[in-house]
Design a protein around this ligand. Structure first.
Ligand code: UDP
Length: 346
């Protein structure tokens, strides 16, 4: 198949490009390179021959994307490009709405013009906000009350996709949409080509690994008074390769089944690890003890978020394969040791 991957030079998008190329597909990757890394694409180009095309472009460039889709006979879009930092979205909501919503609409307009109706969207468990205890583990029908502009943009774009799909269906145009609500995506490609390189880094596993590497003076635990067994927040860490496998399964399912109403699925391993458990894992994997200090909760951080992924198992046959926390951490540790300065030094 011929797939347009938006955000193809980013952490998750580049892993999607890698998997699609490995499966023999043709990929057009776009990225405005505001957060993505050209080096990630370069690393993949060596293995791709002419099956990978990269264009520095933003998802809002409708005319350009329409041309790209037409020229490369695109049949499916994987839409990863987005701003994804909760704290930043609180400080700069307009930037988030413009990028995640307005630009995304530009992409859907390009799809309309080019006649592309198969779409996989990177949504988020942030759409659920802070679920009440009775909704843990979280199922797809859990009430959605995002507590950040970031989570709201993801929920809003789901609604936009539903309206878009209905309009296309009513106009007898082919359409199939899958929305994947990611829990905490972690780890790296285990062949060591791709990694996670954010600036600044705020995510727990890479922050702890940077502390182990001596790149930072220890780290903070945000909140030790949560109603959880050890007082720290619990999250569902899903390996990036498993996450991408869900996208591939969604694409194949939509190809087999033709037009369908949009479906949303939770993508997580189905159980949670506390911040302290993650830090212990990083210490075990790296064999480095680093200082950890207790700090107050980060605003908007729920106590527990982990997925009930039974729906995606039932419909797409997807289940996380890499469920051992140390294995997830180790994949990230391997890359970070070889790339202590991220892609910069590759
Ligand atoms: N966290 C922490 N110290 C850090 C970074 C994160 O204690 O330096 C906590 C954070 O408060 C949350 C969990 O680790 O409870 C996962 O945070 P992350 O930013 O990785 O993902 P999020 O769940 O916010 O999407």
């Amino acid at each position: 198949m011929n797939i347009l991957v938006t955000g193809g030079a980013g952490y998750i998008g580049s892993h999607a490009v890698q998997r699609l190329l490995r499966d023999g597909h043709t990929v057009v990757a776009i990225d405005d390179l505001s957060l993505g890394h050209r080096e990630a694409i370069d690393a993949l180009t060596d293995h791709a021959g002419d099956r990978l095309v990269f264009e520095k472009a933003s998802v809002g460039e409708t005319t350009r994307l329409e041309t790209l889709m037409g020229d490369h006979d695109i049949d499916t879009v994987f839409h990863f490009a987005a701003f994804a930092s909760v704290g930043e979205s609180v400080a700069e909501p307009l930037r988030y709405y413009r990028n995640n919503i307005a630009e995304g609409i530009g992409l859907l307009e390009a799809c309309n013009h080019a006649g592309v109706g198969r779409f996989v969207f990177s949504s988020s468990c942030a759409t659920y906000g802070e679920p009440a205890d009775e909704h843990i583990p979280i199922r797809e029908n859990c009430p959605k009350n995002p507590v950040s502009p970031y989570g709201q943009t993801k929920l809003d774009f789901e609604r936009i996709l539903e309206a878009w799909a209905e309009a296309r269906r009513n106009a007898d145009e082919p359409v199939a949409v899958t929305m994947l609500r990611y829990f905490n995506v972690a780890g790296c490609d285990r062949t060591g080509i791709l990694g996670e390189d954010h600036d600044p880094e705020t995510h727990l596993i890479p922050v702890a690994l940077e502390a182990a590497l001596g790149k930072r003076d220890g780290m903070a635990i945000f909140g030790t008074d949560y109603p959880t067994p050890d007082g720290t927040a619990v999250r569902d860490y899903v390996h990036v390769e498993d996450l991408i496998d869900a996208h591939v399964r969604a694409m194949e399912h939509m190809q087999r089944n033709g037009a369908s109403t949009p479906k949303a699925y939770n993508i997580g391993i189905g159980n949670g690890h506390s911040v302290r458990e993650v830090i212990d894992s990083v210490r075990r994997v790296s064999s480095v003890d680093f200082p950890v200090r207790d700090e107050p909760r980060r605003s908007g951080d729920p106590a527990r978020l982990y997925a009930d992924s039974n729906l995606v198992t039932r419909d797409l046959g997807w289940k996380a394969q890499i469920t051992d926390l140390d294995a997830i951490v180790d994949s990230a540790w391997q890359w970070m040791q070889r790339h202590p300065n991220g892609y910069e030094a590759t």
